[in-house]
Design a protein around this ligand. Structure first.
Ligand code: HXC
Length: 259
């Protein structure tokens, strides 16, 4: 797996593949070629039976400082439509195996969006997350407004997207954006530790479970509420509902039988 702008090791550890974004001078700015390589690498790793979990990382200074502004600067809307780079991003999202982002330094704009496209995020203490597009006269385009809002709530997402301010790893953890924050020296090891835990499980169950968790983010509120309501009604078909409510009224502890 030889690429120019990413380094890929399909056997970084047992059942674990590592992809390292490798444009250090440009703070791993995500140009079209890098994204295409990333898509190809993920698709190949998805097909390798021995790989059970994939880690994407950058370096200590930057996970990725966003889409490549220099490449985008002169483009107009129709150019972007024709390039259709989001087809590449969609393919990344469709990777069947779990992906962990191991983030240190800047994860900004498309970099933050890429980390959020992964399934889990392990952050180093120096990680900084942000959607600073607003400062250059645009807005997030690779899922930032949607994934960030789902991850950290409307008020927090609104503030980040409308001001472009960065948040620290610690704040990101408090808001629920990242799984955990560890010292810079061990963030990759920590990601590997998590990947190893996942790699011990049934790959089939892992695949189905990943799909199922993602479904929670893919159905609209109306559909979700409808689903919830049906299940709420269904609880009233149980003896446990009668027992639970009756016990409340009689001021005693309920005895649930699962019927
Ligand atoms: C192109 C970038 C870049 C980017 C950094 N560089 N970010 N090049 N695109 N997104 C380049 C700089 O031009 C510079 O190259 C080198 O990397 C080092 O960056 P500096 O700015 O000198 O470093 P520093 O002063 O430490 O500041 C770091 C920084 C800043 C705060 C991260 O670079 C920055 O604000 N970058 C842009 C962040 C951003 O706006 N991201 C959102 C992009 S839009 P030279 O050759 O000049 O030394 C986006 C939309 C996604 O992501 C839509 C979907 C695809």
């Amino acid at each position: 797996m030889n690429f120019e702008l990413i380094l890929v090791n399909p056997a970084y550890a047992a059942h674990i593949a590592l992809i390292q974004l490798n444009r250090p001078k440009e703070l791993n700015a995500l140009n079209l070629q890098l994204m295409l390589e990333l898509k190809q690498a993920l698709s190949q790793l998805d097909d390798l039976e021995e790989v059970r979990c994939i880690i994407i990382t950058g370096n200590q200074q930057a996970f990725a400082a966003g889409a490549d502004i220099k490449q985008m600067e002169s483009k107009n809307a129709i150019d972007l439509l024709k390039i259709d780079q989001f087809e590449t991003w969609d393919q990344i999202r469709k990777t069947k195996k779990p992906i962990i982002a191991a983030v240190s330094g800047f994860a900004l704009g498309g970099g933050c969006e890429l980390a959020m496209t992964c399934d889990m995020i392990i952050a180093s203490e120096s990680a900084k997350f942000g959607q600073p597009e607003i400062k250059i006269g645009i807005m997030p385009g690779a899922g930032g407004t949607q994934r960030l809002t789902r991850a950290i709530g409307k008020a927090n997402a609104m503030e980040m997207v409308l001001t472009g301010k960065f948040i620290s790893a610690e704040e990101a953890q408090r808001m629920g954006l990242v799984n955990r924050v560890v010292p810079e020296e061990i963030y990759l090891d920590e990601a590997v530790k998590l990947a190893k835990e996942i790699a011990l499980m049934s790959p089939i169950a892992i695949r189905l479970a990943k799909e199922s968790v993602n479904k929670a983010f893919e159905s609209g509120l109306q559909e979700g509420l409808y689903f919830e309501r049906k299940n709420f009604y269904m609880t009233f078909a149980s003896e446990d509902q009668k027992e639970g409510m009756n016990a409340f009224v009689e001021k005693r502890k309920p005895i649930f039988t699962g019927k």
